[in-house]
Design a protein around this ligand. Structure first.
Ligand code: GRF
Length: 195
């Protein structure tokens, strides 16, 4: 299954997809797309010789319309948002209906929406005193973090003493959950068109 991965920062989920046993020989990352040319995730893409595309309005960047053509030419079947911070425009969503998924570091619908990314999420969870957090993989639509949930993994955080500790434990969960979901999609065990 050919996929494209959208990133904005560190790229640890991209790396997990590239190195996981769950995705080996079954999922191929054909393109990595970012709104930030100097993100660490692009260095990971380079290390694995994966073509990168920088999206945006600056000279040299490509537009969403150009990206649609490029991804169709690469026969991309699924698009993964892994730490991509911008909202995806409607014309792009329409071109890949029910084929775009996102990973979120909390148990949606809790702790999602605008501003709920990175440590903001883990601080909010910690301050709430919740006993559980986790990760969610969901379909992407035109509203942040509101598409249908595909898979979730819940962890006990009641013994953890800081937002940083929650972030670390949740990230470990993400690195297994996302490759697992991709494998299931590739094997036809999850059908995104029938959710
Ligand atoms: C992850 O926590 C993911 O859930 C969220 O953004 C973070 C990206 O981390 N959407 P990384 O760039 O994959 O390391």
């Amino acid at each position: 299954m050919n996929i494209a991965v959208f990133v904005s920062g560190r790229g640890s989920n991209l790396q997990a997809i590239l190195e996981s046993d769950y995705t080996k020989n079954i999922v191929t990352v054909k393109a990595v797309i970012s709104d930030k040319i100097d993100c660490a995730a692009f260095q990971i893409a380079c290390k694995f010789s994966i073509p990168t595309f920088t999206i945006g309005k600056k000279p040299g960047n490509i537009s969403y319309n150009e990206l649609i053509s490029s991804l169709k030419n690469l026969e991309i079947e699924i698009i993964v948002l892994a730490g991509f911070l911008k909202l995806i425009p409607i014309e792009f969503l329409d071109s890949f209906q029910n084929k775009i998924i996102n990973i979120h570091p909390a148990l949606l619908p809790l702790y999602g929406g605008p501003g709920m990314y990175g440590m903001n999420v883990h601080r909010a969870v910690f301050n709430s005193g919740d006993k559980y957090s986790g990760a969610t993989v969901h379909l992407v639509n035109e509203v942040y973090d509101s598409g249908q949930v595909i898979a979730q993994e819940k962890i006990d955080i009641s013994e953890l003493g800081s937002p940083d500790e929650i972030a670390e434990k949740v990230l470990n969960v993400e690195h297994k959950l996302l490759p697992t979901v991709l494998r299931k999609i590739a094997e036809g065990k999850i059908d995104l068109q029938k959710l």
